[in-house]
Each structure stands twice: as structure tokens, then as C-alpha cells.
Design a protein around this ligand. Structure first.
Ligand code: BGC
Length: 338
């Protein structure tokens, strides 16, 4: 296992490993041109292997976020036996998900970018999922200061597939002051409320008049301890928002902004949803790069995805992938300053 670094003409750098496709460092400038590493993570592959319970920087698959009770019906037959690894539910692909496998690598490049293609064959039955699934994830770093992620997959049996990227960001620098003073904007008028275990109830609920409303940019730390039970039951922001954009087309999901450094990150995706997870479960037990101890809410994730538990929610956009179809999905994290 090894680390790779992509660098663009402006000096931005993206470092990742073929173990789990884990992105361990993202160096981007502030408004004065000073670079900082804005991704939470560890220094070595061994640390990721031993204790990346937080999924720092990893590719998540086969299914990003939760599947209720680790079971669902597919074409009339029951798929069960997915690992129950989060309360009574299945989370992030199971015990050995895409975050814990070794990916094949191949350098790719083109006009205005350098990149790496990561490929992995997930065998029929792996972690309980049907079908041999051939997955690829391309990471690109463009000269427009974008980290582009392109997912593709095919299968030889009907299955479900919902990959995402689990990078944790702090735009002040991973070892800087807490991101709770960042402004967050999420391009969504609706979200998917959940039960106490994070499984959507099935309702598509308006954000209007609630602390879930991020249609205008605002400091997310001010409402993260909201008394709204839909928020407090999950320990803060850890929800899927239903994006106000044409599903399948690349459109705006979210904008995060750190007023101190001036760093801004815009997230674009072809996916219908984004999970804004504010690092509520970080608790000081993980020590990262340079000895930085990550405390509660020291990083946030914007995980572009289909909605949690879609295999059990017929009215959510489907995550089924069938033989002959090609799964394609794209997400862009665009870095800038103000
Ligand atoms: C989930 C959180 C979970 C975290 C794991 C997020 O995608 O929504 O509930 O704790 O991943 O680090």
C-alpha cells in the first residue's frame, strides 16, 4: 500500500492511498495564499487499518449510510445478512467495506487535470451484497482547484449500489480552530427525517422554519444543538438533504465557508442527496497527523449520495443496479477564497 499525491499548477495537493481510496491530505490556500491541509486524517496506512472507525477520507461502498436492519427486498427476494454494525442497522457497506479494501491504481491525465483511477472488484456475496460488482473511482485534481470524483460500476446480478466519499473537512486547517464557526449553505428545501437510529421515516419534510434550513448561508454551530428532536436525536447535524436540482445533472449541493481564512468549498454533484455530518461522534479518541487530537465536531463531511435506506423506501430514487446498466456518478469539491 502506498500514498499518491496529485498537484496542480497552483500548488494545490491531494494525497491519498490505495487502501480504501482514503484521501489523507488536501492542501489549499487561504485568501493570502497561505496553504493549509483541510482534511482530517492520519499519517500512515497502518493507522487507517487499525482505527479508522470514523471513516476519515475513505471511499464508502457498496452502500453509503444506512440500510435498516441490514435487509431489503430485491426483485421479490429477500437480501439479508448485511452486517449490523450501527445499532440495529447496517452502515457504510459493512465490516469490510470499500474503505478497507486495496484498490488497483492507474494514472490518468487530460486537459487541465491530473488524476488516478482506482478499481476494485467486489465479489458476489461480499458483505452480503449480490453480484460481482466492478467499481471504479477516478480522483482528479484540476487546474481550476477542483477535486473531481467520478464513480462507475457494473454488475452481473441485480444489486444495490450507493458509493460516497467520507472526507472530513476543516477549512481553517485540520489542526486549526473548530469549524463550528463556518458558514454552511445547503441547496435543499427538503430533508429526510429519521428515527433515533438514523433510518429515514420515509417522509420528505420541508426545512421551512426549522433549524434544518440552510438555504441561506449561516453559521452551523449556532443551531447544531437545536432542541428540534429531529436534530437532537442524532446528536447534531447528521442528515440527508434532498437537493434542489435535477437528479442526474451536475448541480450545486452545498457551500462551506470559513470567514477567518477566507477558504470556501463548493460541492457539486449528480446525486440526489447530501449527508451533512458534523463530526458529532468524534470524541478525542483519535490522534491524527502531527499529533492533532480530533475532538467532537472538529471536522464536517458533505457526503453526496442517494438517500439512506433507499432499498427499503420505494418512493426514494432507486439504488438498484442491474446487469447491462452502467452506474455513473460525479461529485466536485471546488476550492476558492473570498
Ligand atoms: C453517518 C454518521 C456516522 C458517520 C461515521 C456518517 O455518514 O451519517 O451517523 O457516525 O458517518 O463516521
Amino acid at each position: 500500500m502506498e500514498f499518491f499525491t496529485l498537484e496542480n499548477k497552483n500548488g494545490l495537493k491531494l494525497t491519498f492511498t490505495n487502501y480504501g481510496g482514503i484521501v489523507s491530505k488536501i492542501h489549499v490556500p487561504d485568501r493570502d495564499g497561505a496553504f493549509a491541509d483541510v482534511a482530517l486524517g492520519f499519517e500512515t496506512v497502518e493507522e487507517y487499518q487499525d482505527h479508522n472507525d470514523a471513516y476519515f477520507g475513505a471511499i464508502i461502498g457498496r452502500y453509503g449510510n444506512r440500510i435498516g436492519k441490514g435487509r431489503f427486498e430485491l426483485d421479490g427476494s429477500e437480501v439479508s445478512g448485511l452486517a449490523i454494525n450501527n445499532g440495529e442497522n447496517h452502515l457504510h457497506g459493512g465490516l469490510k467495506g470499500f474503505d478497507k479494501v486495496v484498490w488497483q491504481t492507474e494514472a490518468v491525465s487530460g486537459d487541465g487535470y491530473t488524476g488516478m483511477k482506482l478499481t476494485y472488484r467486489s465479489a458476489d456475496g461480499e458483505e452480503g451484497y449480490p453480484g460481482n460488482l466492478d467499481a471504479s473511482v477516478i480522483y482528479k485534481l484540476t487546474d481550476a482547484n477542483e477535486w473531481v470524483i467520478e464513480y462507475e460500476a457494473t454488475t452481473d446480478k441485480a444489486t444495490v449500489f450507493n458509493p460516497t466519499q467520507h472526507a472530513y473537512f476543516n477549512l481553517a486547517g485540520h489542526d486549526g480552530p473548530s469549524p463550528l464557526d463556518h458558514e454552511m449553505q445547503i441547496n435543499a428545501a427538503f430533508f429526510t427525517p429519521t428515527d433515533h437510529g438514523g433510518i429515514p421515516t420515509g417522509e420528505i419534510k420541508s426545512v421551512e422554519g426549522t433549524d434544518m434550513d440552510f438555504r441561506q448561508a449561516r453559521v452551523y454551530g449556532e443551531t447544531i444543538d437545536s432542541e428540534d428532536s429531529l436534530i437532537s436525536r442524532l446528536g447534531g447535524y447528521d442528515h440527508n438533504w434532498v437537493l434542489d436540482k435535477q437528479y442526474g445533472e451536475l448541480g450545486l449541493a452545498a457551500v462551506a465557508y470559513d470567514p477567518k481564512s477566507g477558504r470556501e468549498m463548493k460541492v457539486f454533484t449528480t446525486e440526489p442527496g447530501v449527508q451533512f455530518y458534523a463530526g458529532n461522534f468524534l470524541d478525542g479518541s483519535l490522534t491524527g497527523k502531527g499529533g492533532k487530537v480530533y475532538q467532537k465536531r472538529d471536522g464536517f463531511c458533505l457526503e453526496t449520495q442517494h438517500f439512506p435506506d433507499s432499498p427499503n423506501k420505494g418512493h426514494f430514487p432507486a439504488t438498484t443496479l442491474r446487469p447491462g446498466q452502467v452506474f455513473r456518478s460525479k461529485t466536485v469539491y471546488a476550492f476558492g477564497v473570498r
